[in-house]
Write a protein that binds this ligand. Structure first.
Ligand code: URA
Length: 435
């Protein structure tokens, strides 16, 4: 059937629903370079403003998933539960969570993304481990999963290529923060990567795409609905992203924090998020129905050293130098390490995640354009978290920089944006689970 892209744009401008065929037409046309960026930009803007129904969003998801290869993991004979995060700052959850669940027998075949803007990406963090290879063939990926029960690689080029193009376009025209577009982007990748069941960390707050609970619930419900229609059971866990997660923001700094966690040093917020997501991964994979029991199993896997051992095996199997994991002091260090002292006394009330993500990016930990190189050693480590008491002169955060001027800027800006006051905030890290 032939469609006219101008009529499709007009339909969306007039708030009409697009048919499945119209959606497939523009997705295929865009993926194959038959429809130019400017026409898709107009359509994306119309979707951004006027939204999409659940049916349209599901059709968009399936069309994007089918725009490239769809991996079939069923040949491995296990239930694959994938994990995804809607993005955040200091989010090293995958590095910790996946070895833990793998050590408990949940097979992990994970394709991760790179960071863009102020949010980090698991692939960049893994690449900060000398030798770790994130680009391997599909055959090697699957044989690693068979052999070790875990492999983490970067998303292959032929996985949901329509999403790759559309996401970059959305990013360049300020159309990322749209519920149907985010839901279809995430779910198309999960479906294409062969997940049978999916656990999604829907971050909420200052450093997340969803700034409030209402929006986050809408996104979660839409993804769950898509999951139902696509026969992929999906659970969403809404978590706090007002302040950076854990202490470190920056690539090898976060890997070091993940190693420390797997060695038993578990900050409350990170532990709560990791164990909640993992408990549902265990449940969906049929390894345990009781969520609290699953959390205990995970904690034991950390305390016994089993999860750490799985992480070491993963790194070694992917070419990484495990002497860095065994001795994290070996990681490349930034030239300038600046401890920043509080100039006030009181309770830490706010550490805005987005601003801290941007400051870490400014130091070189992230990329503003996709071609940018990353400096693995730079970033920020918090010394205090929201709810803690600080005295004048206590270290609030530490800047790791390779440029002294940039370090000075981050010191001043960081001090300006951290709010210290009289209120001791009681912070919740995991808000709710939507199944
Ligand atoms: N993460 C994704 O994969 N896609 C989006 O659109 C937003 C966050």
């Amino acid at each position: 059937m032939f469609f006219n892209i101008l009529e499709i744009i007009q339909k969306k401008q007039n708030k009409e629903e697009l048919s499945k065929e119209e959606i497939e037409f523009f997705i295929n046309g865009y993926t194959n370079d038959l429809i130019p960026d400017y026409q898709i930009s107009a359509l994306v803007m119309a979707i951004f403003i006027n939204g999409m129904s659940e049916r349209e969003t599901t059709d968009l998801t399936i069309a994007m998933a089918n725009s490239g290869k769809v991996l079939d993991l069923s040949t491995l004979g296990e239930i694959f539960v994938d994990k995804h995060s809607t993005g955040g700052v200091g989010d090293k959850v995958s590095l910790i969570l996946l070895p833990i669940v793998a050590s408990l027998g949940v097979p992990v075949a994970k394709m991760s993304g790179r960071g863009l803007g102020f949010t980090g990406g698991t692939v960049d963090k893994l690449q900060s481990i000398p030798g770790y290879i994130t680009d391997i063939t599909m055959d090697d990926f699957l044989s690693n999963v068979k052999k070790l029960g875990i492999s983490i690689i970067s998303q292959t080029h032929d996985l949901a290529p329509a999403d790759k193009k559309l996401y970059a376009l959305r990013d360049s025209i300020s159309c990322v923060e749209s519920i149907p577009l985010i839901a279809s982007s995430i779910m198309s990748k999960k479906i294409a990567s062969g997940a049978q069941k999916i656990v999604i960390d829907v971050t909420v707050g200052n450093g997340a795409f969803m700034k409030n609970m209402d929006e986050a619930r809408k996104l979660a419900k839409m993804m769950i609905e898509i999951g139902k229609l696509a026969n992929r059971e999906t659970v969403c866990i809404l978590t706090n992203m007002d302040e950076p997660l854990g202490y470190a923001v920056g690539n090898n700094l976060e890997v070091k924090e993940a190693i420390s966690f797997l060695n038993g040093n578990m900050p409350d917020d990170l532990a709560d998020v990791v164990f909640s997501l993992g408990a549902y991964m265990l449940k969906l994979s049929g390894k345990g129905q009781d969520i609290e029991e699953n959390k205990n199993l995970m904690r034991e896997a950390v305390l016994s050293g089993k999860a750490y051992k799985k992480f070491e095996e993963l790194v070694k199997n992917q070419g990484g130098d495990i002497s860095y994991i065994q001795n994290p002091e070996k990681f490349e260090k930034a030239k300038f390490v600046k401890r920043v002292e509080s100039t006030y006394e009181g309770y830490v009330e706010e550490i805005p995640a987005e601003e801290f993500g941007k400051l870490a990016s400014f130091l070189g930990a992230g990329r503003m354009k996709k071609e940018d190189d990353i400096d693995f050693s730079v970033g920020i480590v918090l010394n205090k978290k929201v709810g803690e008491y600080v005295k004048k002169g206590d270290t609030l955060f530490t800047v790791f920089a390779n440029d002294e001027e940039k370090a000075g800027f981050v010191e001043n800006k960081g001090l300006e944006i951290i709010k210290i006051g009289d209120v001791k905030k009681d912070v919740k890290y995991v808000y709710e689970v939507i199944e």
